[in-house]
Design a protein around this ligand. Sequence first.
Ligand code: IFM
Length: 452
Amino acid sequence: MSIRLHAHSPLLNEAFCFGVATASFQIEGGIEHREPCNWDVFCQQPGAIADQSDGAVACDHFHRWKEDFALIKSLGVDAYRMSISWPRVMDANGQLKQEGVNYYIEQLDWLNANNIKPFITLYHWDLPQHIEENGGWLNRETAYLYEQYVDAITQAFGDRVYSYATFNEPFCSAYLGYELGIHAPGITGTKNGRTAGHHLLLAHGLGMAVLRKNAPNALCGIVLNITPTYPASDSAEDIAAAKMADQILNQWLFQPVLAGSYPEAVLTEPEGAAPPVEEGDLALISTPIDFLGINYYTREVYQSAEGELYQAVPEKTLPLTDMGWEVFPQGLTDVLVDLHQRYTLPPLYITENGAAMPDTLQNGEVMDTDRAEYIQTHLQAVENAMQQGVDIRGYFAWSLLDNFEWAEGYVKRFGIVYVDYQTQQRTLKYSGRCYQALLTERRQSERQEQRA
Ligand code: IFM
């Protein structure tokens, strides 16, 4: 198994951007150098995290980032996608914390000096705890605090950033955090989920206006995750259930951003749970973006069920990843083509794609051929979508490192680099070597073409 693309693949065009992605809370540790966040507190709740772990040390990237950046460079990627920890760069009075700001500026300067484009996510789930205690994303005021944070940090970064994403996966913050309660802050209820989702989207709109002012040359947008929904059978009932799940779980966030409205079902199902939309909100939320980041991992199959809008089919088609997620590359092509047909899209980047696999380190090696195959087949799926007219500009493997997989703790490993959490030793996995080989070959063929 290797990761190969055919010689004329559009992904081998030098304009196509290959990268790796991480997020602050999942890798940094270094908590003594920042304010507490919602995830620090959530991790302390009994039963919240599968292995009772937390983000106190994680991959100790806070202290080891130079070693990790050298690894990134060795891969030959064009870009690195990372997030800024709001509680590392701002104190509880809304003042910038210079130590945290400098930490990121040093990283941005390193990336730029090494020709690696910084793709910055301004919010990847780690909300300052003092804001959470004031209602978090249930409180509309949080959107305005976010706007102030974006204003301050983007002024501090100046023109160092190639691309800004206002948010990573607001669906997960809203649905997992405030509706199902399995992510921080652990709140439940559909009305809460919809309220949080709306305030996150409002913050996105407010943040975009600030980015236009402070980072006029950066490529700015948002990253949304999508899990395409398929009907369990050809019956009209199952098809309707899959469509309903798509409206409520996917288009909930896509439609306001791309078309300035909520799907009807999000406004009516269940009664009394509609998002708290105020005048002008949807115009702000649907402000034009330069790119849309798509995070894709798997699909979900739905059937109709008495008294429910939809019901996920629990049995999955093999193979599954270590998360129990079906490996279904066709879903990536399908969903990209579907979005392209449904909306007028800006250019897309696949900002996350990857798999947790049951890796083992043996004789200094991790032979994760399953992950290499996952990446290979999903790159092919991206190419298939491009051939059907979808404008896709880049692909980021999730993740650079094994890291803190939220409610799953450190048990699930998504990295193309293995992390031994006892010693903090990094080992490039087989999939990482394949990714590196693909990018090396691409560079070599570019050079040959330039010479010819
Ligand atoms: O690890 C997460 C990441 O933080 C957000 N997207 C999905 C990944 C895998 O679950």
